[in-house]
Design a protein. Structure first.
Length: 259
């Protein structure tokens, strides 16, 4: 369902009166796309390892992959695992973000079905490395005086080299600042109380067709959209975050009904 602009503008206006929503406070961090070539060919089983130098984190573009019904692609990174199915690929063609410079991939097919094959293709890799001589900067300046938050309703939204705060306002809807940029298929929100990547079960992809936003300066700086169900748990973020705080609906800010 498309979000209604007038309704959301009202919600964003209401949110702006709270100190919790004063500023998305984005920080620029290193991100670049590295070309990569791996193609398993049409097969029932395959394994490989994708490594990129000294990258602090890694995310795979799997847009050329095709998984048969029942087949799974298991990706194992630094202390984290993601299992991808054909349904997951149809909704989002990127892997979760994994800390570390390498991940291992294993394609498995169900037994008893002959002649049904899958293909795993990695065409490029997003990594936490700066391009050329670009230096990462932050709006916080030389002294970062921000106060850490453990509010389960807030997450870190990573969009094209920027890291912004996003606030859940329903089971799947969020608001953020428009200057953070337009999300893409690789965009993830991380619900974690540290600078690292959240576990795959605490990362959520954005439904890019649902995003609306604007940024023309002070007073017109907003963005809103919806998240897809988690690729590991199948849950929407507001549901999962509510389980953490223990009460239905406590996992998002209640600003009124969200269309």
């Amino acid at each position: 369902m498309k979000l209604y602009i007038n309704k959301l503008l009202f919600l964003l206006s209401a949110a702006s009166t709270s100190p919790l929503f004063a500023d998305a406070q984005y920080a620029t961090f290193c991100e670049s796309v590295q070309p990569y070539t791996y193609n398993s060919g049409d097969t029932r089983a395959a394994t490989t390892t994708v490594s990129i130098g000294n990258a602090p984190w890694i995310q795979l573009d799997l847009s050329g992959s095709e998984l048969a019904a029942g087949a799974t692609l298991t990706i194992v990174g630094d202390g984290a695992t993601q299992v991808i199915t054909s349904n997951d690929l149809s909704s989002n063609e990127f892997s979760a973000v994994f800390d570390g410079s390498s991940v291992s991939l294993e394609l498995s097919s169900p037994g008893g079905i002959r002649g049904v094959t899958s293909r795993v293709e990695v065409s490029q890799v997003k990594v936490g490395l700066c391009k050329d001589d670009i230096v990462s900067e932050s709006i916080c300046g030389g002294i970062d005086d921000r106060i850490p938050s453990t509010d389960v309703r807030m997450g870190r939204l990573s969009i094209g080299g920027s890291s912004c705060t996003a606030w859940l306002i329903s089971e799947d809807a969020y608001i953020t600042a428009g200057h953070c940029g337009t999300p893409t298929s690789s965009t993830r929100i991380h619900f974690i109380f540290s600078n690292g990547s959240a576990a795959p079960e605490d990362q959520y992809a954005v439904d890019v067709s649902q995003y609306v936003g604007a940024y023309t300066g002070v007073g017109n700086d907003w963005g809103t959209g919806r998240f897809l169900p988690n690729s590991v748990t199948g849950k929407l973020p507001g549901v999962a975050q509510s389980e953490k705080c223990g009460t239905p609906g406590c996992g998002w800010f209640n600003l009124g009904s969200v269309p």
